[in-house]
Write a protein that binds this ligand. Structure first.
Ligand code: SF4
Ligand code: SF4
Length: 418
């Protein structure tokens, strides 16, 4: 790859290109966040897509057109082939993906399946508020093997605090109705999933044990992810870290006290696996993630980085790269993207010498490089959640030693070099 390849960008910053180190763009796994709809039937007050700084959606079509779907499918197929990718996960996102008409949705799934047929493993997963689920949708999910993740923030009083409709009314009841329909479809074998997963946005003012208990005991859920709010060193409030530490440590205690191996909390399981080793887990988070890439495609076909950078670094979504005229390699070689990615590789000296660095890697395993950002030092900081993560990892070591794992073995895992 030479700088000429980048000249299709009529761009600013061409001079910066030659200084950008070239990295091999090969991955085992590719995750594509597809903004198939950029409208929503509800209006969560904390919504990062509609209600924070980045309002790109106002310039984009409400739904991905058939033409953009076809161009996107070709783009992903080419990117996967060029990158030697063995597994593609398509994350159908919005807005609310089920606002797309069912016929268009089916056509889209079929276009993607056909275009990506040569890739060994392809998964289609949808993130939804679940309020629109009906039997027709369930048949479509079954036909195209679409996995479902539901956004649910806990019991009604917690969920309805932020997740409201356009009239400000809580959406818990509608979300639970959708969840129950999915669970019924699984029970009577119309769907063959192992279960339904939920994503809960953490509010450290809330009671982690009450939320976990509601998910497990009231709703029968087994798979859950607790998403940490997108904050950085410039906007953290006093007392926030302490509350977050309490929340996550209580959540970990509740999870381990339950002792049900079928109940999974995404990054707890991953952190423990890194700590304790195992067939699929290398000795560091860096190695675990080295073979993965994630990027976003908007409803107009514009390409951007992982969606969780949308509000912290909106300019990364404005490179002009589009699936119709850009390859993924060209996107990653774009000066803005390349410079950002290089900067994000920095680790603060505290992280370099930290005993948790093999697992924590600057805190990136619970979120993104945005957690390390400050205007004064860019990414050259520990995670804004550093204290919380240290407390959590200490709890994990205590838990493991209490279950008979030798402390020397854990020390050995922590001391391995990446
Ligand atoms: S359901 Fe999702 S996309 Fe819709 S308003 Fe809520 S957070 Fe935003
Ligand atoms: S963020 Fe904190 S815990 Fe994580 S590696 Fe850096 S210093 Fe260690």
């Amino acid at each position: 790859m030479n700088t000429q390849v980048l000249n299709f960008y009529p761009s600013k910053r061409a001079a910066a290109v030659s200084s950008v180190p070239e990295r091999e763009l090969k991955w085992d796994r590719m995750e594509v966040i597809l903004k198939i709809t950029e409208r929503c039937n509800i209006n969560c007050t904390y919504c990062y897509f509609f209600n924070l700084q980045n309002d790109d959606y106002k310039q984009h079509p409400a739904y991905m057109s058939a033409d953009t779907i076809a161009a996107t499918a070709s783009f992903i197929a080419q990117a996967a082939k060029q990158g030697g990718v063995q597994e593609v996960q398509l994350d159908l996102h919005g807005g609310e993906p089920m606002m797309m008409k069912k016929a268009r949705f089916e056509e889209m799934c079929s276009v993607f399946q056909e275009a990506l047929a040569g890739i060994p493993k392809v998964r289609i997963v949808m993130q939804t508020n679940a309020t629109l689920i009906d039997d027709e949708w369930i048949s479509i999910f079954a036909k195209y093997d679409v996995g479902i993740g539901i956004s649910l923030d806990g019991p009604k009083e917690y969920h309805d605090k932020f997740r409201v409709d356009h009239q400000g009314r809580g959406t818990y009841d509608s979300t639970i109705a959708g969840l129950r329909k999915l669970q019924a479809a699984i029970a009577d074998k119309r769907l063959t999933y192992g279960g339904v997963g939920v994503i809960c946005v953490v509010d450290p003012e809330q009671d982690a044990r009450a939320i976990f208990s509601h998910f497990v005991h009231d709703l029968g859920l087994k798979t859950m992810h607790f998403l940490l709010p997108m904050i950085d060193h410039d906007n953290i409030k006093p007392g926030y870290k302490e509350k977050m530490t309490h929340y996550l440590c209580e959540l970990f205690s509740a999870w381990t006290e339950l002792g049900d191996p079928q109940v999974t909390i995404r990054y707890f399981r991953r952190m423990l696996a890194l700590l304790l080793g195992g067939e699929k887990f290398p000795e560091s988070y860096t190695k675990l993630m080295a073979n993965n890439t994630a990027y976003t495609i908007a409803s107009n076909g514009d390409i951007g980085p992982a969606d969780d950078l949308r509000n912290t670094f909106p300019h990364l979504f404005w490179t002009g790269a589009n699936v119709r005229d850009t390859t993924l390699e060209e996107f990653y070689r774009h000066p803005e993207i390349s410079s950002h990615n290089e900067a994000a590789l920095q680790r603060h000296e505290t992280c370099d010498s930290c005993c948790w660095s093999q697992i924590c890697d600057g805190g990136d395993f619970v979120g993104t490089e945005a957690f390390r950002y400050s205007r004064s030092n860019a990414f050259n900081n520990p995670s804004v959640y550093c204290d919380t993560l240290q407390a959590l990892m200490t709890k994990m070591v205590e838990f493991s030693v209490g279950r008979g794992v030798s402390f020397d073995y854990i020390a050995h895992r922590l001391n391995q070099t990446a």
